[in-house]
Design a protein around this ligand. Structure first.
Ligand code: PPS
Length: 573
């Protein structure tokens, strides 16, 4: 038998009785509807399936206050994370959200009605208190930021009548609900199950840690990674799930299973550890591993940790008598090269050599294609990671040239295009100002707003091409710093961005203008022309500055090539 759920009863809120389901589905169509955000959808999915048992809906004010102040629901059950449905004043007014009302909760991805909430109360939370009590109050904490910057100002509490499951199209077979997970354990005949939470790829250290925990408790292992929302910048869950699948055969046959958890993490350290334990209890696990800095958000802007490394372990220890799932605390695992084994840090004898590779170091090695040693990970895991993190020579990038009309930026862009095509290995896209103006921005003029929109479009295309491994050369005038900065940020989500300022003087650009465009602008035939009667903001920080009066096109291209080469982007495999 799997572990009894939290609160004694596993909630399963989907109406399965056909007439009831039909009735609710028809009612949902007739009610005002709230479109849930990604985070609310994650929460809803786990309320509906019983992952958050004993919750039967979003928290009302009484439950919320109890959870914030003392980790307790109004019925006395331990619960450490506020699960709230936030709405704005405008939504309240528009949808008539008030006590007693029934409101449809809808999936924004496919317009499906998922549930009906019967509103218990609408209340204004004390966000300062929530931030402090639940997350520690630091303004840099991602959940605190979310609370102030994203969450709306009111919360709606109430129980749910669930109508439909959320649709998923990825790894469907691995997405067990708590009831399905329990059935699976039952089928396997597992009595003791130690669950492992993760939002990162797993390597040898994690395999050793979970096997040690299983050995210590004579248990089997549930690898239970989060595939809902994790920390921005984490490796995407598609890659991670392929990693877990690659790792699974490294466990002794039949020892471990993989199940995916659609949780929206808050990175709430101690509070989150208690919550994670309760969730795993609902999935039927009897044991739960809490390691070093469990669900920690890293460091704040001052470089300080938000929580102590073992705060999460102390928190679960405090509630151990009522948690109903045994927490297995672990120190960080470290590699002992002399004996070729992993051990928890506190079990390493003094003077013995140890080796570690941090997450940052791993990401660097992936980025640069440097070796990842076999003592750290398994070749099949590294292969999966490398597929998602191609070496520099296969990564996309954008070279963004900016400068006055006729500054030479177009000539450099064309010559660079040819040069990179000659090099081969990548597709190369050229986005000249005139091409973009004709193909993408034909309805735009040259007001500040229109120019910003034009650069925004170039940035969007450049970032998508960069994402798929192309070399992108863009050469608009781009006279405004904020638009260039926006382009940089968009592209850098997927690859390198190089701003090349073609700093040829206006005088030279005008003097050498064979097309007579500046003459037209001076004559007032073109209005708001950059440099004539419209500003050009000099880039505050360019990757490279060239001036065509002093440098030939060939030499400018060579400087760009040398810059790309020094970053490893032109390496041959
Ligand atoms: N008012 C005004 N100001 C600047 N440029 C003007 C203007 N009106 C038209 N043109 C012609 O449009 C081309 C520059 O467009 P860009 O897309 O590069 O400009 S921006 O980056 O959106 O500011 C560029 O065309 P090409 O010379 O063919 O490159 C300009 O000559």
């Amino acid at each position: 038998m799997a572990n009894p759920p939290h609160g004694g009863e596993l909630k399963d809120l989907i109406a399965r009785d056909a007439p009831k389901h039909k009735e609710l589905a028809a009612e949902a169509e007739s009610l005002p509807a709230v479109y849930l955000t990604e985070r609310q959808l994650c929460d809803l999915e786990l309320i509906i399936s019983g992952g958050f048992s004993p919750l039967e809906g979003f928290m009302n004010e009484k439950d919320y206050n109890g959870v914030v102040a003392e980790n307790r629901l109004s019925d006395g059950n331990l619960f450490s994370m506020p699960i709230t449905l936030d709405v704005s004043q405008a939504q309240i007014d528009e949808l008539g959200v008030k006590a007693g009302a029934r409101i449809t909760l809808r999936d924004f991805r496919d317009d499906r009605n998922l549930a009906i909430i019967t509103v218990d109360d609408v209340y204004k939370p004390d966000k300062t208190k929530e931030a402090k009590e639940v997350f520690g109050g630091d303004g840099d904490h991602p959940a605190v930021k979310y609370l102030y910057e994203t969450a709306q100002e009111f919360y709606v509490g109430g129980k749910l009548d669930a109508i439909n499951r959320l649709e998923h199209y990825d790894y469907v077979a691995l997405r067990y609900t708590p009831a399905e997970m329990r059935l699976h354990f039952d089928k396997l005949g597992w009595q003791k199950i130690v669950a492992f939470q993760t939002r990162n790829p797993m390597h040898r250290a994690h395999r050793e840690l979970t096997v040690r925990a299983a050995r210590a408790r004579q248990a089997n292992v549930l690898i239970h990674p989060v595939v809902g929302l994790t920390k921005p910048g984490d490796i995407d869950h598609f890659t991670r799930v392929r990693v877990y699948q690659a790792l699974l055969p490294r466990y002794p046959n039949g020892m471990a299973v993989l199940g995916l958890l659609p949780l929206a993490m808050r990175m709430g350290g101690p509070r989150e550890a208690i919550w994670h334990a309760i969730i795993r209890k609902n999935f039927g696990a009897t044991h739960f591993i809490v390691g070093r800095d469990h669900a920690g958000p890293g460091k704040n802007k001052k470089g300080e940790e938000f929580y102590g490394p073992y705060d999460a372990q102390y928190a679960v220890e405090k509630y151990k008598n009522e948690l109903g799932i045994e927490v297995v605390p672990f120190q960080m695992m470290t590699y002992l090269p002399d004996s070729d084994e992993y051990r928890p840090k506190d079990e390493v004898p003094a003077g013995v050599r140890t080796l570690d590779i941090s997450g940052t170091e791993l990401r660097n090695r992936l980025r640069t294609g440097r070796e990842i040693p076999e003592w750290f990970s398994y070749p099949e895991v590294v292969r999966v990671l490398r597929e998602s993190h191609p070496p520099r020579s296969a990564q996309g990038f954008t070279v963004f040239l900016t400068g006055y009309q006729n500054s030479g930026k177009d000539a450099i862009a064309r010559a660079l295009h040819v040069t990179l095509n000659q090099q081969g290995g990548r597709s190369v896209s050229l986005l000249l100002g005139e091409t973009v103006r004709a193909e993408l921005s034909s309805e735009l003029g040259f007001s500040r707003a229109d120019r910003t929109r034009n650069i925004g479009r170039i940035a969007f295309v450049a970032s998508e091409l960069t994402r798929s491994g192309a070399a992108v050369i863009a050469a608009p005038i781009a006279p405004f710093e904020d638009a260039r900065q926006h382009a940089k940020e968009l592209v850098e989500k997927y690859g390198d961005f190089y701003l090349v300022h073609v700093a040829t003087s206006l005088e030279h650009a005008e003097k050498t203008d064979k097309r007579g465009i500046y003459a037209k602008a001076r004559a007032g035939e073109i209005k708001g022309f950059t440099g004539v009667d419209d500003p050009y903001e000099t880039p505050a920080k360019a990757s490279l500055t060239v001036d065509i009066e002093k440098t030939s096109v060939r030499s400018a291209v060579h400087q760009i090539v040398l810059m790309l080469e020094s970053e490893g982007l032109l390496d041959r495999l």
